[in-house]
Design a protein around this ligand. Structure first.
Ligand SMILES: NC(=O)C1=CN([C@@H]2O[C@H](COP(=O)(O)OP(=O)(O)OC[C@H]3O[C@@H](n4cnc5c(N)ncnc54)[C@H](O)[C@@H]3O)[C@@H](O)[C@H]2O)C=CC1
Ligand SMILES: CCCCCC(=O)O
Length: 488
């Protein structure tokens, strides 16, 4: 039994102050590698807390929007430096709170530093164009203005990168922010907000409220003083958020689930394809929206690919993410573990052949954690549940195909459209894939996961509300264009 030392309580951040919820209720955030370890206590807030935060953000926005983009960017540069200084501590908190390996957590935290610096620089870029008017005495141009108060609702799987890739552009373009992090990673989020606090943002510009998604998240979606809502999470919740925002005329952005395919052509570098399938499908315990889940392999190389894949998967070390030897950590929660296990049972019940893994790890060091084996099915029909629904766990479905045309047709046979990969050297395959795959992120000879902060990111079909995040695309969501005509 782990002897728990003093555990810290983390507070909401409203108007530049750390404050308890009016409910005086907290909930424990536990370590999925050892459920007896409490990482910290977080506020279980109510709508009253959210109203306080939104009122503070609304007050602050009046002056924040009047600052120059250069000045707003300086705050982001300072936050980046502080986050970089605290990188190891915040990465360790991430690993202890949601399970990803310490190496991945450090890389993600550094990605947060890069994103802050990228958007700090966006403060000096042009925000409009001069357009010739038909009236030669008039001056016509476009400019951009902030939305006002932006609500940020973020998931637990990238608890540093995702809140930052939403907050940084929101702030640099003149909005103020109310963040509601996922409860499973709220301690990590609180430490990120500590960096914003230390950077000296004016009171009310940045706010954070922790609490149940159905209360605080839905409250953000419904709040009349929140002008824009940016959400990343499941389709079920995303649709609730989008509907509520739409009904009150607020701008909304939804990035949701995926059921991402990889196509392995008969001319592929099979070792590269195996590496990409394992990394894309199983890193972070498969808990990425961009994770590989459907594996289409041309029949000529299917058996060789499968043998290579099994040989490599057998070598993966499962364990506590803080152990440097660990390749794959636990699921984020017991609920997520049970969801993954239920999909595995459904795969077997519907007739897919389980060829590797499929069980909970419960012996020895795993006893107090939420661990599952990497799992591989073959003889999967495209209409089976495990080929249609997002599992959000380390489960791969192998599907044999007899041509690239068949692979493309089956890969597109899904309601999702987030990310997709092909492994091939044939230029005709490459061009067909780029042109025909229905996905917002298209990779050739690279895994389905992995986005670069300077490039647009988002999905098609039911993976997204069809805006794009990151890079210079982010300005489209976090500002409104004004077309101006001036005559003397
Ligand atoms: N498309 C993308 O870029 C990404 C999508 N995801 C998706 O997110 C899911 C896993 O993350 P989770 O945090 O479990 O997703 P989730 O949808 O359960 O929760 C996401 C956020 O919404 C909040 N929330 C819960 N109920 C709510 C409600 N009724 N109204 C408003 N907010 C509510 C949660 O507290 C959390 O902050 C997966 O489906 C994954 O595919 C995760 C990361 C990136
Ligand atoms: C929101 C999900 C982001 C995926 C980031 C990645 O695949 O590295």
């Amino acid at each position: 039994m782990t002897v728990q030392t003093e555990v810290k309580t983390y507070f909401n951040y409203i108007n530049g102050e750390w404050v308890s919820s009016v409910t005086n209720e907290v909930e424990a955030s536990i370590n999925p590698a050892n459920k007896n370890e409490v990482v910290g206590y977080i506020q279980r807030s109510s709508i009253e807390d959210l109203n306080e935060a939104v009122a503070a953000a609304k007050r602050a926005q009046k002056s924040w929007r009047k600052r120059s983009g250069v000045e707003r960017g300086e705050y982001l540069y300072r936050a980046a430096d502080i986050l970089e200084r605290r990188l190891e501590e915040i990465a360790e908190t991430m690993t202890r709170e949601m399970g990803k390996t310490f190496g991945e957590a450090k890389a993600e935290t550094m990605r947060g530093v890069h994103i802050l610096r990228y958007y700090a620089g966006e403060g000096v870029r042009k925000i409009g164009d001069v357009i010739p008017s038909s009236d030669n005495e008039a001056l016509m141009f476009t400019t951009r203005v902030p939305l006002g108060v932006v609500g940020v609702i973020s998931p637990w799987n990238f608890p540093v990168a995702i809140p930052i890739w939403k907050m940084a552009p929101a702030l640099v373009y003149g909005n103020t922010v109310v963040l509601k992090p996922a409860s499973e990673a709220a301690v990590t989020a609180a430490k990120v907000i500590e960096c914003f606090h230390e950077a000296g943002f004016p009171k009310g510009v940045v706010n954070m409220i922790c609490g149940p998604g159905s209360v605080i998240g839905q409250g953000i979606a419904n709040h009349p003083d929140i002008n824009g809502v940016t959400f990343t999470g499941s389709n079920t919740v995303g649709k609730l958020v989008g509907k509520a925002a739409f009904e009150r005329g607020a701008k909304y952005q939804l990035e949701m689930g995926g059921k991402n395919p990889v196509i392995v052509a008969k001319d592929a570098d099979l070792d590269l394809a195996v590496e990409g399938t394992i990394n894309g499908g199983l890193r972070s315990t498969g808990q990425k929206c961009t994770a590989t889940s459907r594996v289409f392999v041309e029949s000529e190389v299917y058996e060789t690919f499968k043998e290579k894949l099994l040989a490599k998967v057998k070598q993966l070390k499962i364990g506590n993410g803080m152990d440097s030897e660990t390749w794959m950590g636990p699921c984020v929660s017991e609920a997520q573990l049970n969801t993954v296990l239920s999909y595995i049972e459904k795969g077997k019940a519907e007739g897919a052949d389980l060829i590797y893994g499929g069980k909970r790890c419960i012996e020895g060091e795993f006893a107090n954690g939420f661990y599952v084996e990497p799992t591989i099915f073959e003889n999967v029909d495209i209409n089976m549940t495990i080929a249609r629904e997002e599992i959000f766990g380390p489960v791969l479905a192998l599907i044999k195909v007899h041509s690239i045309e068949e692979a493309l047709e089956l890969a597109n046979d899904t309601e999702y459209g987030l990310s997709a990969s092909i492994y091939t050297k044939d230029i005709r395959n490459i061009l067909s894939f780029i042109n025909e795959i229905e996905a917002g992120l298209v990779k050739v000879n690279a895994e389905t996961a992995g986005v670069e902060f300077q490039a647009p990111f988002g999905g098609m079909k039911q993976s997204s509300s069809h805006s794009r995040e990151q890079g210079q695309a982010a300005i489209e969501f976090f500002t409104s264009i004004k077309t101006v005509l001036v005559k003397a």
